[in-house]
Design a protein around this ligand. Structure first.
Ligand SMILES: *Cc1c(COP(=O)(O)O)cnc(C)c1O
Length: 449
C-alpha cells in the first residue's frame, strides 16, 4: 500500500462523500479501511480480521478472493474488458443470458442487462409502462408498491419505494403510485386477529384500480432494506393470483433475495410463483462486479416487436450494460452454485441460525427476530412489552455494530434492526462465531443485562 493509514484517513475526510452516511459524525469516528479479503473475512490496514457479516452489502456469495472467480475475471481480461451490447454482442453476455433463462422461474426467457439493482428496477418499470402502451392500454400506467418498500435510489426506484426516512424528501420529484400495507407482523395492529388484512387491502386496491395499473412491484418472501420483513406463507401466491385475475403485471425484485439468500435460488420458488418481470443484481456476480439483469416473459418481449420505422423499441440502456468481465464472473459464480452444492449445504446453516436466534429472543431488548433462510433481522426495542423503539439519537443499531467491530465482525444495521446476511459459503463454525459476536454486541450496545 503506497499510502499510510493517516494519509488515507485524512484524504477520506477531505474528499470522500460516503453513501447513506451522515458525514458530520462519521468524520469524527475512527475510519475502518479494508485493504484485503479472504474467504468470509475482510482485513484492515493493520491486518485485523473481521467476519463479513453482511456479505459486503448483501452481494458476496462465495467469499472474497475465491480462486475460481478470480480466475474467471483474469481469463476474460485476457480476451476483452469491455465492449457494448448496443447493436453488437460478446460471448459472456450471450451465455449468461441463456444460463439465467434456464435457471429463472419458468417463462422468464428474455434478459435485459444493466449495472445495478436500481437500474434493473428502472428497466422493469419502463418495460411494464411501455408494454401496456403497445398493447393498446395506455391508461395502465400506475404502479402498486408495498409500504416500507425499497427498490433502489434512482428516482423511478424511489417512486416505488415506501421508506419515509429515505424517500419523503424527494416526494415532489416522484411519480404517483398506489400503496398497500406491507406485512410487518411484529408491529401489525391485527397481530392478534390476523386474517391477512394487509392482503385484503392489496386485493381491494388492485380490484379498484386495475384499469390504470401497469404492475405490482414487490420483493418476494422478505422485504430486505425495509427492515427484513418476511411475508406470511401464501402471501406471494395470493398476490400472483390477484395480479393474474385483474391483468396486472407482477414485478419481482429479487435484487436482495435472489441467488440463494432465502434458501432457494430465487425466492419466488418458495411458492412456485412465476412473475412477469424479475430484477436481479447484488449476488449475480457473486459480489465481484456490478451487474444487473431484468428478466421478461416472451409475452412482454413480443409486445416490443415492430417494424423499425414504427419506433417502438425499448429505448433504454447503459454504457456498461452486460460488461464482459462482470458477465464472466457471474457465469463462474453460477458454476460454483453447482460445484459447491450451495443450496444443499445451506440447510444445515439455516437451521443453526434458527436455533441461535431463538436463544437471543429472550434478551430484554430483542423485540423481534426475523429470518428467511440466510437473511436475518433482529429488531431492538427499548421496551419489549410496549414495542417502544429506542430514541433515534441513541443510535442503538450503530452502537451494536461498533461493538461487533471490536469483536471482529463487520455488520451494517437498518436503524435498530441488526442485519445478518453472511456469504453463503460461510462454514458452520464461522456462522457460530458470527451469532455469538452478534449476541455479545447486542448485550453491550443495547444494554439491559
Ligand atoms: C439493494 C437493492 C436495490 C438496489 O440495488 P443497487 O445495486 O444498490 O442499485 C434494489 N432492490 C432491492 C430489493 C435491493 O435490496
Amino acid at each position: 500500500m503506497p499510502y499510510d493509514y493517516d494519509t488515507l484517513a485524512q484524504w477520506d475526510r477531505d474528499h470522500l462523500w460516503h453513501p447513506f452516511t451522515q458525514m458530520k459524525g462519521f468524520r469524527d469516528e475512527e475510519l475502518l479501511i479494508v485493504t484485503r479479503g479472504q474467504g468470509v473475512y475482510l482485513y484492515d490496514h493493520q491486518g485485523r480480521r473481521y467476519l463479513d457479516g453482511v456479505s459486503s452489502l448483501w452481494c458476496n456469495v462465495h467469499g472474497h478472493r475465491r480462486r475460481e472467480l478470480d480466475e474467471a475475471v483474469k481469463v476474460q481480461l485476457d480476451q476483452l474488458a469491455h465492449s457494448t451490447l448496443l447493436g453488437i454482442a460478446h460471448p459472456p453476455a450471450i451465455i449468461l443470458a441463456r444460463r439465467l433463462a434456464e435457471i429463472a422461474p419458468p417463462g422468464l426467457t428474455k434478459v435485459f442487462f444493466s449495472d445495478d439493482g436500481s437500474t434493473a428496477v428502472e428497466a422493469a418499470l419502463k418495460i411494464a409502462f411501455q408494454y401496456w402502451r403497445h398493447r393498446g392500454r395506455p391508461q395502465k400506467q400506475r404502479f402498486l408498491k408495498l409500504n416500507q418498500a425499497y427498490h433502489g435510489d434512482t428516482l423511478g426506484a424511489v417512486s416505488v419505494g415506501g421508506m419515509a426516512l429515505f424517500h419523503d424528501i424527494f416526494h415532489p420529484l416522484l411519480f404517483d403510485t398506489l400503496e398497500a400495507p406491507c406485512p410487518y407482523c411484529y408491529r401489525c395492529p391485527h397481530r392478534e386477529d390476523c386474517s391477512l388484512q394487509c392482503l385484503t387491502i392489496l386485493e381491494e386496491q388492485v380490484a379498484t384500480h386495475h384499469e390504470e395499473l401497469a404492475a405490482v412491484i414487490l420483493e418476494p418472501v422478505m422485504q430486505g432494506a425495509a427492515g427484513m420483513l418476511p411475508q406470511p406463507p401464501g402471501y406471494l401466491t395470493r398476490v400472483r393470483e390477484v395480479t393474474q385475475k385483474y391483468n396486472v403485471l407482477l414485478i419481482a425484485d429479487e435484487v436482495a433475495v435472489g441467488f440463494g439468500r432465502t434458501g432457494k435460488m430465487f425466492a419466488c420458488e418458495h411458492e412456485a410463483v412465476h412473475p412477469d418481470l424479475l430484477c436481479l443484481a447484488k449476488g449475480l456476480t457473486g459480489g465481484y462486479l456490478p451487474l444487473a439483469a431484468t428478466l421478461a416473459t416472451d409475452d412482454i418481449y413480443n409486445a416490443f416487436l415492430y417494424e423499425f420505422d414504427e419506433f417502438k423499441a425499448f429505448f433504454h440502456g447503459h454504457t456498461y450494460t452486460g460488461n464482459p468481465l462482470a458477465a464472466a464472473v457471474a457465469l463462474a459464480s453460477l458454476d460454483l452454485f453447482e460445484k459447491d452444492r450451495i443450496l444443499e449445504t445451506l440447510l444445515e446453516k439455516i437451521e443453526l441460525l434458527t436455533n441461535r436466534l431463538a436463544a437471543m429472543a429472550d434478551h430484554p431488548h430483542v423485540g423481534d427476530v426475523r429470518q428467511r433462510g440466510m437473511m436475518v433481522g433482529i429488531e431492538l426495542v427499548q421496551n419489549k412489552k410496549t414495542l417502544e423503539p429506542f430514541p433515534p439519537a441513541r443510535r442503538t443499531g450503530h452502537r451494536v455494530i461498533l461493538e461487533a467491530r471490536k469483536l471482529g465482525a463487520i455488520l451494517r444495521p437498518l436503524g435498530d434492526v441488526i442485519v445478518l446476511m453472511p456469504p453463503l459459503c460461510i462454514s458452520i463454525e464461522e456462522l457460530e462465531t458470527l451469532t455469538q459476536v452478534t449476541y455479545q454486541s447486542i448485550r453491550q450496545g443495547a444494554g439491559g443485562d
